[in-house]
Design a protein around this ligand. Structure first.
Ligand code: NAG
Ligand code: NAG
Ligand code: NAG
Ligand code: ZN
Length: 476
């Protein structure tokens, strides 16, 4: 896949476009008045006892607390699981064994080449107007500074337009700080993914970005960024909201801010694996209902929330069905994506390898936006598809998870597959605090809640089961 350095860059630039487009869309809550589900509503309603059985088994029965406990063992054992590391591969082996222990043996892994970026020593010292350490996290694939660091004055911009309008002389030789107001993640994250190349094109020597979060306890948030082809690669990092505000206030008072930035990193590629677990369908084994989450994480924090929770509810779905001896007509496939954080690399590979089977994907689901209390699904697909999913969601009123959000590009990894016209959904959950913890040292088991994880696992399992078992395919 990585034929040359410039191909690699192009590859990541393409990913960045899809990824940010996927995150930028507006969500609207739909009322599905105009649905005519008369042909299938009764059949769907008849699954109410199965839903109750699954919810009871997971929230009150033998599976109660299991998702949380298994996630905690996993997270405590492996910690962070950065793309390209041996720990990530060990964690994949562990998940395979954990699945085999449940007597699910239809497991394959698919190898692919993944980026391996390693963070070395990182330090920013404000030298003027006073000496102060600035908390930072380098962004994914950032290059190193020279050993003696980069020492330069700071210029602050709110947005790309301000940078575009600035004279080249004003920016040349400076450290650019982007200080955008957080609106939504989708709208704001472009300052993380694009600021290095945009600043370098104007002659900046390094770029910093206000962390992409609405809340902070002096915690910087890392994340991916993409160097454009043909533009000088400059070191790039996120700083905390507090330090961004401090620098902004100083600059607004016409006080010169001088920083010394030292960053070290390495970059190469390694082999990793997507993991595919099938609970084979009884009648249409080739037809797939996919549940998924990513197993890799950033190197900071523990990857408990992003995406340990999503990984474990997707692991739980075939496990719970197997334990309850519920075998749907279509195959329920659980996928653990690798290397999501460095650019949806596992999902791109799966899409390419399985393109000839894409007609067989009946519905694809992903949980990668938190596993707080489930609220429903964010659904992509035709109106007919959304009507059927909306009918299924009515079965989850007892756990308050009946909301259907219309979203043409839900999820991150699955967006790569959904853009081919395949219907799918992301777990819609009470994730208002998700971006407080996202990509920080604060992504630990303390963010996860056993009862909420149980509800997510039960919901995820029951939805996948019904879609895999009803008489109609989800229409395109
Ligand atoms: C910048 O920091 C580096 C690493 O701490 C140090 O070696 C260098 O002397 C510093 N430069 C200045 C101008 O303070
Ligand atoms: C799709 O292609 C793969 C090889 O790339 C092959 O193993 C698989 O059987 C093919 N599936 C279909 C449905 O043709
Ligand atoms: C149910 O979900 C809605 C949002 O869909 C939320 O506003 C409400 O507080 C939830 N109710 C309970 C009891 O959790
Ligand atoms: Zn994630």
């Amino acid at each position: 896949m990585f034929i040359s350095v410039s191909k690699v860059c192009l590859f990541f630039a393409l990913i960045a476009q899809v990824h940010s487009a996927a995150k930028r869309r507006k969500k609207t809550y739909v009322e599905l008045h105009s649905c005519d589900n008369s042909g299938i509503a009764d059949e769907i309603a008849s699954y109410d006892t199965v839903v109750k059985d699954i919810v009871d088994y997971v929230t009150k029965g033998p599976f109660k607390g299991k998702t949380y406990n298994e996630l905690a063992k996993f997270v405590d054992n492996f910690g962070a699981r950065l793309s390209g590391t041996a720990i990530l591969e060990q964690s994949i082996d562990y998940m395979i064994q954990l699945t085999r222990d449940e007597d699910l043996n239809d497991i394959v892994t698919e190898e692919l080449e993944v980026p391996h970026w390693t963070r070395g020593e990182e330090k920013i010292t404000m030298l003027e107007p006073r000496v102060k350490d600035i908390a930072l996290l380098g962004l994914g694939r950032s290059v190193s500074t020279p050993p003696e660091g980069i020492t330069a004055n700071v210029i602050v911009f709110n947005d790309f337009e301000e940078l575009e309008n600035a004279e080249e002389d004003e920016v040349k030789g400076k450290i650019v700080l982007f200080d955008p107001e957080f609106t939504t993640y989708g709208e704001t994250v472009v300052y993380r993914t694009q600021s290095a190349s945009k600043s370098a094109a104007k002659g900046a020597v390094a770029s910093l970005v206000r962390s992409i979060t609405p809340f902070s306890i002096n915690s910087p948030h890392t994340g991916s960024q993409n160097y454009e082809d043909g533009v000088n690669k400059i070191p790039t990092a996120a700083i905390s909201l507090e330090d961004a505000d401090l620098i902004r206030r100083l600059v607004d008072r016409d006080i010169n801010v001088k920083l010394n930035i030292t960053m070290h990193s390495t970059f190469d590629t390694k082999t990793s694996r997507n993991t595919i677990i099938d609970l084979k369908g009884t009648r249409f084994p080739d037809k797939l209902v996919i549940v998924s989450g990513h197993i890799d994480s950033w190197d900071v924090g523990q990857g408990a929330m992003d995406d340990g929770g999503g990984l474990f509810v997707s692991w739980a779905a075939p496990v719970i069905l197997k334990r309850l001896n519920l075998r749907p007509k279509r195959t329920v496939r659980s996928i653990f994506w690798t290397a999501e954080e460095l650019g949806l690399v596992g999902a791109y590979d799966y899409e390419k390898q399985h393109r000839n089977e894409s007609d067989n994907i009946n519905f694809i689901m992903e949980s990668d936006e938190g596993t707080f209390a489930p609220r429903g699904l964010a659904v992509a697909g035709s109106q007919k598809a959304r009507c059927i999913i909306g009918e299924i969601l009515k079965l989850f009123e007892s756990i308050n998870a009946s909301t259907l959000v219309e979203d043409d590009s839900p999820g991150s990894d699955i967006a790569v597959i959904i853009r081919n016209g395949i219907p799918g959904a992301s777990l819609h959950n009470a994730n208002e605090k998700y971006f407080w913890f996202h990509h920080t040292e604060g992504d630990t088991m303390n963010v996860e809640n056993p009862e909420e994880l149980d509800l997510c696992a039960a919901f995820w399992t029951a939805v996948a089961y019904i879609i895999a078992d009803i008489s109609e395919d989800i229409p395109r």
